[in-house]
Write a protein that binds this ligand. Structure first.
Ligand code: FEO
Length: 392
């Protein structure tokens, strides 16, 4: 890739991962990028690296601007391997004695990952670093989404290098929000739902802190996807909205089925919700990836889960999704369970237990139907759908 000058003397030198489709269990249908940034000043500064297998490409990109050995400073905003995997190769190239700035927790994490005695320069919240004509300040963002995470702010140009925050898994030749317009927001939302939802309360606090600091933002440069330069405030507002989790009049009916009986129930519930004016759709867990389902869950007011009973338990894909959703701790939902069974019928009870543990408000004790639902059973599904719709 050719580097892209994002502001005078500041370059995107990252790489595009066109082919990745699974990012530790997150479906990345549109690939991703690993963004790294080079600031040409008296002290040439590299912010973040890339995945290990792309390290040579990163070095090549830097070489188109400057001999990598001339880099004076490297900053690691976050230890996760998609941003620091290339560090060993980069450090060997630029010189292993070069100062490596990171958070205090970053120091610990990088040391544990690499077992290298690099020239670590741990920095705290609010610390500043002059690199010549420009000054950087560091902002601790613990648990967004790792304990080591931090932002780096370039004061003169008002550019925030935000690590994973505000990122999107999206591979393209476009580097800026104004080049892709609205198609990027679903990617940003999916990223939030899958990576940051658990930390929603911290995001609200962070935005509050940035506002109180009066930090002006002309550009937000995340470590994945496009850079926000046209409307950096837009993505911050979207983050506040997603983090607040105000429920919409929207229901997601998530189900699996063995012989179409639980599926029939799901469709009857969806029809009834639609009749109540609720935005809804059925999501079969072997059709939809868990990371797409959780994206729909993010702003939904109702979550309805259906599972057949298999071997006295839940259908495995439903267990998988419940585990995933529970970890991300979505809030402000009403919920209900349903499912068909042959002879024991434990699934509804097991789903209810999970939904209660997630602190969702159960608005019905659940609906279980033996074998194929007949007209009467389908009418009960309709009633359940209406009841949920009226609760929203
Ligand atoms: Fe993109 Fe948390 O790594």
């Amino acid at each position: 890739m050719k580097p892209v000058e994002i502001a005078k003397g500041i370059f995107w030198v990252g790489v595009i991962d066109w082919n990745i489709r699974d990012f530790h269990g997150y479906s990345t249908y549109d690939g991703s990028t690993y963004n790294a940034y080079l600031i040409m000043d008296e002290k040439i500064t590299l912010i973040d690296t890339v995945k290990k297998e792309f390290a040579e490409e990163l070095i090549h990109n830097i070489s188109q601007i400057v001999d990598p050995e001339k880099i004076d400073i490297i900053i690691s905003n976050h230890t996760e391997m998609d941003h620091s995997g290339g560090l060993e190769k980069v450090m060997r190239k630029i010189g292993e004695d070069k100062p490596l700035y990171c958070s205090k927790m970053g120091h610990q994490n990088l040391s544990r990952h690499f077992r290298q005695n690099w020239n670590y320069q741990p920095v705290g919240d609010g610390e500043e670093l002059s690199i010549g004509e420009r000054n950087l300040s560091f902002l601790e963002t613990k648990m967004l989404h790792w304990p080591d995470s931090m932002f780096t702010y370039l004061k003169e140009e008002k550019i925030l290098f935000s690590s994973d925050a505000f990122g999107q898994h999206f591979a393209g030749l476009e580097r800026f929000d104004d080049q892709v317009e609205q198609i990027i927001m679903p990617h940003a939302k999916k990223y939030f739902a899958n990576i940051l939802l658990l930390y929603a309360p911290l995001i609200i606090k962070l935005v509050d802190k940035i506002t109180k600091m009066g930090l002006e933002l002309k550009m937000i440069c995340p470590d994945h996807g496009i850079i926000w330069r046209k409307d950096p405030g837009g993505i911050i507002n979207a983050y506040v909205d997603w983090a607040t989790q105000t429920p919409k009049k929207k229901a997601v009916v998530i189900f699996d089925t063995m012989w179409h009986s639980t599926e029939k129930m799901a469709y009857a519930i969806v029809d009834a919700l639609g009749q109540e004016g609720v935005e809804t759709k059925p999501m079969h867990t072997r059709t939809w990836h868990r990371s797409d389902i959780i994206t729909e869950v993010l702003d939904a007011g109702a979550i309805i889960i259906g599972s057949p009973t298999l071997n006295n338990g839940l259908f495995p894909t439903i267990s998988d999704f419940l585990t995933y959703m529970k970890g991300l701790k979505p809030k402000n939902k009403v919920a209900a369970a349903f499912g068909s069974y042959g002879w024991s019928g434990e699934a509804v009870k097991l789903i209810n237990k999970e939904l209660e543990e997630m602190k969702f408000e159960l608005i019905d004790s659940g609906l279980k139907v033996q074998y194929v639902p007949d007209d009467k059973a389908l009418e009960m599904c309709t009633q359940l759908g209406r009841k949920i719709g009226q609760a929203l």
